[in-house]
Design a protein around this ligand. Structure first.
Ligand code: AMP
Length: 284
């Protein structure tokens, strides 16, 4: 079985409109490719929720900063299409950058407060690029439901907010983080890690697990939870912390004092030159 590929927004939209006219429910999973089990978990859920399952593979230039890894981002279209076929994908939307951002392009979406802080602070313009491309992908694919990973927790909240604020009529579903057996969150960027860095990268999930354990033992003081997780992370040489913060799980506002409602501990760190992220929800 080969998966059909569609290359332009016009063609994608025409196809989506035909599905909609035929009364089909469209489920959509946007990705940057180099698919792993995290992506596949979204495809599996999409398969359950839609009559048509659409996947997009697009390494979106507008969400990368000038010094980031756009040009070396891992790619494997043939491998991705084989995994997509195995997951029951009906169509793969694989636009070229020139089709998405033709000459003269100048329209962007900004989700104001949610994009501040966390990854937004260290990657200025990142969420503007993400919101813009997701809106463009939604316009082409016309999904009823779209699936995103909680691995990119801030991204999920930004997209939920955009879908509500701009009346997109798309149900946004967040799916749990898929991890390697030793706890490392699966990521296309894990491919950059040397064997030694791969070991050091465990510091992120370990820090979150140690915080979760203190939380489960009854610790509710935000500062103490953060301090102990940071301390765990600092124990690993070769890992440079970008941020580790505890925030309100829905608004992403910083938390002080006692944790009384759902909270998310989010971490980003460089292992060598690779920037990794992870997070953990706390529900009192
Ligand atoms: P990406 O290709 O990295 O842009 O990711 C595409 C989608 O897959 C996003 O919604 C991610 O949050 C999701 N995703 C990436 N890694 C994981 C993971 N380990 N578990 C669950 N979802 C993931």
């Amino acid at each position: 079985m080969t998966v059909e590929r569609i290359h332009t927004p016009t063609e994608m939209r025409a196809r989506a409109e035909a599905w909609r006219c035929a009364g089909k429910r469209i489920a959509f999973v946007p990705t940057m490719g180099y698919l792993h089990e995290g992506h596949v978990s979204l495809l599996d859920e999409g398969r359950r929720r839609g009559d048509i399952l659409a996947l997009s593979i697009f390494v979106n230039p507008t969400q990368f900063g000038p010094k980031e890894d756009l040009s070396r981002y891992p790619r494997d279209l043939d491998g991705d299409l084989a995994k997509a076929a195995a997951a029951g994908v009906d169509v793969a939307y694989v636009p070229e950058a020139a089709a998405m951002y033709p000459d003269g392009y100048q329209s962007y979406v900004t989700v104001e407060k949610l994009q501040d802080g966390l990854c937004g602070a260290s990657r200025p313009g990142h969420f503007r690029g993400v919101a813009t491309v997701v809106l463009k992908l939604f316009n082409a694919v016309q999904p009823h439901v779209a699936l995103f990973g909680m691995k990119d927790y801030q991204q999920l909240q930004v997209i939920r907010r955009m879908a509500r604020d701009l009346d997109l009529g798309v149900e946004v579903v967040g799916m749990p983080i898929v991890r390697e057996a030793d706890g490392l969150a699966k990521s296309s960027r894990n491919a950059y890690l040397s064997p030694d860095e791969r070991l050091r990268a465990l510091a992120l999930s370990r820090a979150l697990v140690s915080a979760r354990e203190s939380f489960e033992m009854g610790e509710r003081d935000a500062a103490r939870l953060v301090d102990s997780a940071r301390a765990t992370l600092h124990l690993t040489p070769g890992v440079r912390l970008d941020y580790l913060e505890l925030r309100d799980a829905a608004s992403l506002e910083p938390l002080h004092g006692r944790v009384v409602g759902p909270a998310v501990m989010a971490v980003a760190a460089f292992v060598g030159t690779t920037r990794l992220i992870d997070n953990q929800l706390f529900e009192p």
